[in-house]
Design a protein around this ligand. Sequence first.
Ligand code: IMP
Ligand code: MG
Length: 174
Amino acid sequence: MNGEHLEVLLTREQISERVKELAESISQNYEGKELLLICVLKGAVVFLADLIRNLRIPTQVDFIGASSYAGETSRGEVNLAPLFSSSVHDKEVLIVEDIIDSGLTYRALTNYLARLEPANLRLCTLLNKPSQRRAELIKPDYVGFTIPDKFVVGYGLDYNERYRELQDICVLVT
Ligand code: IMP
Ligand code: MG
């Protein structure tokens, strides 16, 4: 189909090992506390599912929709759709993201969440693409992998809603 093909960038084994390491440091850093994970839909759901099963601390989960992308190009504006079932106020909140690219989604999320006055607001992202950064000074607290400035799919990440089901993270070559 129109010359698109996939090249594996991170294997399922590499991802699984790294997710366990991230869960371990989160469990240590939040020891004795209760954590509210806010998963950014839809890309981060696969990551969230693996992450929570490796945590050793009590957690709640909530979701927020965030969209800014049409195909490979960011439109620059971010739409947020919170689906919260509990209050964020005074909670230890960890945003769970699939990927930080320009940082615009992250900036919109933190602006929105900070107004809800959590006790603490941190960011865990599976992938970090720092070369594309437009919103300066974003240092995620937990990063799975820093990747080159390539468009990737799989393990929850999509291209126009396709490829989320892939177990490896792949570069989409067009
Ligand atoms: P940002 O606002 O530019 O940081 O973009 C963040 C969002 O764009 C992510 O949550 C993804 O949904 C999407 N995105 C950015 N880069 C990629 C990619 O390489 N593959 C798939 N989705 C991406
Ligand atoms: Mg996303």
